[in-house]
Design a protein around this ligand. Structure first.
Ligand SMILES: [Zn+2]
Length: 364
């Protein structure tokens, strides 16, 4: 068991990617580091996920990570950020590294931002065939606004990147504005927002439009100006893609209204809402109780599932919102909105128990 620090790091990263951890923490404990994985939202010792992994690693292992992420080894007093790509047996995974000085020593957190395996095309995201057809139809239009919505960490970027890659392969001029750029792409240009330099989302968006893109992704709408430019661009010959944090598809419309966009403009520009969430894949061997196959977690990973709303469903949504203008959902209220989504294609909602899904299940 005399592994080099390099071998230990490689193994920790490989195991983390294989078991589906979202983050790896290297916490300084006296002269060593305890290794923790965040797996399906829970933080646990790496050695719990995989008993052969050491409970602690040496400083040399953390130094190796800093080297791989091209960080300044000599700098130990300031936080540093970096990225690295890890090669695995069945693909690669991208990691974002942050090193933070603490009084106990440098603490290193690695976020696994994406894994490149099969899930690189729209077909492999987990949509039904009908949903894929709906998305493809809108993707082949010349203009319009596509909003991918969901909670933080629900895989919105993965969905948007899959659409952008496809458009790029089809010969479209594609640009994306992101903050941060988490996954580097070969097939289209990515612009990193830099607020401190005044290169805000809205400034990037204005410039990017002068680059004559067919498809432009605005990673996220955070302010009124960006929202206004994006919606307008979607009305005049660009396909604009963006994401919004929304617990529910109807909240997409209210977010856009909150940004001061006039309902008529939203109605004209908005072509597609893709709302998604991640659902746990329960271990079949133990039925979710926990066994050696699932590292005692009861789950093997997570899978995205989607609700896709195109023209007709959106019109119904608008109509419903006008009818219920008094109760436009804000802050997570959904009273009076249930039946509206009957028009939308939904998938496998029966497994959900959260309050927002109830209107769907009651209709199925
Ligand atoms: Zn199991």
């Amino acid at each position: 068991m005399n592994q080099s620090s390099g071998e230990i790091v490689d193994e920790i990263l490989s195991v983390a990617c294989l078991v589906g951890a979202s983050d790896i923490h290297f916490n300084p404990v006296s002269d060593e580091f305890s290794v923790l994985f965040r797996l399906h939202g829970r933080l646990l010792q790496a050695s719990e996920a995989e008993p052969s992994l050491p409970q602690t690693v040496s400083k040399a292992a953390v130094q190796r990570l800093k080297v791989l992420a091209k960080l300044n080894l000599g700098e130990q007093r300031k936080p540093q950020d970096g990225q690295l790509v890890m090669k695995l047996a069945d693909g690669t995974c991208d990691l974002r590294i942050n090193v933070m000085p603490t009084v106990q020593g440098e603490r290193l957190a690695a976020r696994i931002t994406s894994r490149h395996a099969l899930s690189d095309s729209i077909a492999s995201l987990g949509m039904t065939e009908q949903q894929q057809e709906q998305v493809q139809t809108v993707l082949h239009e010349q203009s319009g606004l596509i909003v991918v919505a969901g909670k933080i960490g629900s895989g919105k970027s993965t969905t948007m990147h899959a659409m952008l890659r496809q458009k790029s392969k089809e010969g479209a001029s594609v640009l994306s504005i992101e903050d941060p750029v988490e996954r580097y792409e070969d097939s289209f240009a990515q612009i990193q927002v830099d607020e401190r330099q005044g290169f805000t989302f809205s400034a990037c968006l204005r410039s990017a439009l002068r680059q004559d893109p067919d498809v432009l992704m605005v990673g996220e709408i955070r302010d009124e100006i960006t929202a206004a430019i994006a919606v307008r661009a979607g009305m005049i010959g660009h396909l604009i893609m963006t994401s919004l944090h929304a617990d529910h598809p109807a909240l997409v419309i209210s977010r856009l209204l909150d940004f001061g966009i006039r309902p008529h403009f939203i109605e004209t520009a908005l072509r597609l809402i893709i709302w998604q969430r991640l659902r746990p894949i329960y271990c079949e061997s133990c039925g979710g109780k926990g066994c050696s196959k699932c590292h005692q977690l009861g789950v093997l990973g997570r899978q995205a599932e989607f609700q896709v709303m195109t023209k007709q469903a959106l019109q119904t949504l608008f109509f419903g919102m006008q009818m219920h203008a008094e109760s436009v959902p804000t802050g997570g209220r959904d009273e009076g909105f249930g039946p509206i989504y009957g028009e939308a294609e939904t998938t496998r909602y029966g497994v959900f128990s959260e309050r927002f899904e109830r209107p769907f299940t009651s209709r199925n």
